[in-house]
Design a protein around this ligand. Sequence first.
Ligand SMILES: Cc1cc2nc3c(=O)[nH]c(=O)nc-3n(C[C@H](O)[C@H](O)[C@H](O)COP(=O)(O)OP(=O)(O)OC[C@H]3O[C@@H](n4cnc5c(N)ncnc54)[C@H](O)[C@@H]3O)c2cc1C
Length: 293
Amino acid sequence: MLTGATMDLITLREVRTPRSREELVFAKGDRALGGGTWLYSEPQEGLEALVDLTTMGWQDLERTASGIVLAATCTVATVRELSDVSLFQQCADSLLASWKIHRFATIGGNIALALPAGSMTSLCVALDAIAVIWNATTERRMPVAELVLGVQSTALEPDEVIRAIEFSAGPLASRTGFRRIARSPLGRTGTLVTGRVDDTGEAVFTVSGGTTRPHQLRFDELPSERALVNAVSGIHDWYLDAHGSPDWRRAMSVLFAEELRDELSRPRWNDTRHDTQHDTQHDTQNDRQEGLA
Ligand SMILES: Cc1cc2nc3c(=O)[nH]c(=O)nc-3n(C[C@H](O)[C@H](O)[C@H](O)COP(=O)(O)OP(=O)(O)OC[C@H]3O[C@@H](n4cnc5c(N)ncnc54)[C@H](O)[C@@H]3O)c2cc1C
């Protein structure tokens, strides 16, 4: 939660600080509070109470036999430090905001807000992550790919919160590639495309940022160029806003998917070298501005 910040939420009457799951109770007008970077950034009509999830004391990161579990309250800055796969850093850097926002914005808040440029959503969908969803009494699981339904629309019920995000070891060990473009150096994402090849040979491409919801394109093995172009062209919810037109977003996504297909078809040692380069310098091949592509 942002402390000491000026807040102008004139209908807000209460900020609750739960310590246990039973206290995660939401009446009409109540909202979960993650880092507050969006909640405190614009008027919130009808907001009466905030339920601060950061007081639940959830551990940011847990390593288990089957992978990694990140608490929903884990910040984007912490996600960025995870070195298991380059996508953690690449997607964290895709949330174009100052370090102050990165230090407070949470992975759960980013997914629950469900903006097209939600780069934590992109990360989770790219790695087949599962959202652990709580209300005061029950728990359920759902792929993040199915949780985000559209612009600021999710499959969460009004009394539910995202408790954690589970990343399985398989996708974490896969070969990945990343492409993103924005219309200006510090602009919001125009489109963000990832590619992944698992040990089983399965190839997963994801398209987000330029669409109203994230899309996963799955193939038993690396597809042919034609099959991949057809799959990306089969997406129909390209987004129109100040950060890009639908036609441009579709064209860049097709281009990026093909680049990733080519990159992932090369021997593995090439990718390792590529990832190392990305860690040490800003990689303009993977993260571009319009006009430089
Ligand atoms: C300068 C600036 C730049 C930004 N750039 C981007 C960007 O590039 N891409 C982008 O997507 N966003 C961007 N944002 C918006 C926002 O900061 C991020 O989406 C951020 O990740 C939201 O996380 P938070 O924890 O601060 O959420 P909050 O502001 O706390 O909450 C956001 C919403 O999610 C709900 N919520 C929070 N946590 C949970 C949970 N665990 N379970 C259920 N519901 C929950 C809240 O009730 C609220 O509706 C930007 C904001 C600013 C100020």
